[in-house]
Design a protein around this ligand. Structure first.
Ligand code: RB5
Length: 146
């Protein structure tokens, strides 16, 4: 599966374009549901659009971006079936996949990351969910959703 859905609000226009270019350079097909202008939009709407599209099926994962990554990741995680990680660096990005089986990764366009966001995205893409005890924890985590 080489399809990825991406959405962003006005706080991450440039970073969204950077990551889309990076995804394309890695041969992913991108469905883009974000905004490319600085005009203000509401991040819950962007999260809902991307999560709804992802849940239609056929996507490897999704990428969400807002100014901090916080609002859009919280919003996405309110939607049943979504596990959206907001990693601090490449290590956390890899763990988000290998331990948490995250199906979305979020970034902040106004955040100074210690690692390049492209490297963080690569770490997420190239990691593999380990299953086993982590599957049990993921199942428990998803069971918390009411
Ligand atoms: C928008 O100004 C900003 O609040 C949003 O992009 C995000 O940072 C929220 O968490």
């Amino acid at each position: 599966m080489n399809n990825v859905v991406v959405a962003n609000d006005h706080g991450a226009v440039d970073l969204a374009q950077r990551l889309i270019e990076h995804l394309k350079s890695r041969s992913f097909t991108v469905t883009y549901l974000g905004v490319s202008s600085p005009d203000s939009v509401d991040y819950p709407d962007m999260a809902k659009a991307a999560a709804t599209e992802y849940l239609r099926g056929g996507y490897a994962f999704g990428v969400l971006l807002c100014g901090t990554g916080i609002g859009i990741s919280i919003s996405a995680n309110k939607i049943d079936g979504i596990r959206c990680a907001l990693p601090q660096n490449s290590y956390a990005a890899a763990m988000a996949k290998s331990h948490n089986d995250a199906n979305f990764i979020a970034f902040g366009g106004r955040i100074d990351y210690s690692d390049e966001p492209e490297a963080m995205l690569d770490a997420f893409i190239d990691a593999t969910f380990e299953g086993g005890r982590h599957q049990r924890r993921v199942d428990k985590m998803m069971g918390l959703q009411s």
